[in-house]
Design a protein around this ligand. Structure first.
Ligand code: GRF
Length: 187
């Protein structure tokens, strides 16, 4: 199997990056993590790129035209697929156009519910019975692209933002690889 050369975009903890790197080492997993792009020089996730010797690029999204730098490196590393994993920046139209249906994201709610930030506090305020995570394609609407995989769990009365985050992330580590396998199953 020829693995797709993939770039993972991160901004923080990087636990989904670590999980994807882990899966990518299986022969039958469709992706090879060939590049990491990060917009936060203090992101913990950078250490996984270093540990597994994956090239990583830091971008300063406050600079004008930072997008050109991203596109330059995506081309240079012959990237054909992009996974967003906690990347706290909207992806520009220019990148979306260049990677049509080739960018996916993982979001910590059952979309279309709770798009955007602070999902766990909103889940609690809304007295939701269940919550979970969604892997979806990225288009030019915030958390609005087609859904690929969702996983959920039921809340209990003791749940807090912290427990919801932990439970959701445990589901994410299964949902993200599952979504990737689903996308490439018929390719
Ligand atoms: C994940 O919970 C994901 O749903 C959201 O950001 C978080 C990133 O976590 N988009 P990590 O950096 O992968 O640990």
């Amino acid at each position: 199997m020829v693995k797709k050369r993939t770039c993972v975009f991160i901004s923080g903890q990087g636990s989904n990056l670590k999980n994807l790197i882990h899966y990518s080492r299986y022969n039958n997993f469709p992706l090879q993590i060939s590049l990491v792009i990060c917009n936060n020089k203090n992101a913990n996730g950078i250490r996984y790129a270093k540990k597994y010797k994956i090239p990583f690029i830091l971008v300063n999204t406050k600079l004008k035209n930072y997008d050109n730098k991203i596109i330059y490196y995506l081309r240079k590393h012959r990237i054909s697929f992009i996974c967003l994993a906690g990347y706290m920046k909207i992806i520009s139209d220019q990148i979306i156009k260049n990677f049509k249906k080739k960018i996916i994201n993982i979001h910590p709610s059952l979309l279309p519910k709770f798009k955007g930030l602070n999902t766990f506090s909103r889940v609690l305020e809304n007295n939701e019975k269940k919550t979970g995570c969604t892997v979806h394609y990225v288009n030019n609407k915030l958390d609005g692209g087609d859904i690929i995989v969702q996983k959920f769990f039921y809340l209990n009365s003791n749940d807090s933002e912290i427990t919801l985050k932990n439970k959701t992330q445990r589901l994410e580590y299964r949902a993200y690889p599952e979504a990737i396998i689903k996308i490439f199953r018929n390719n």
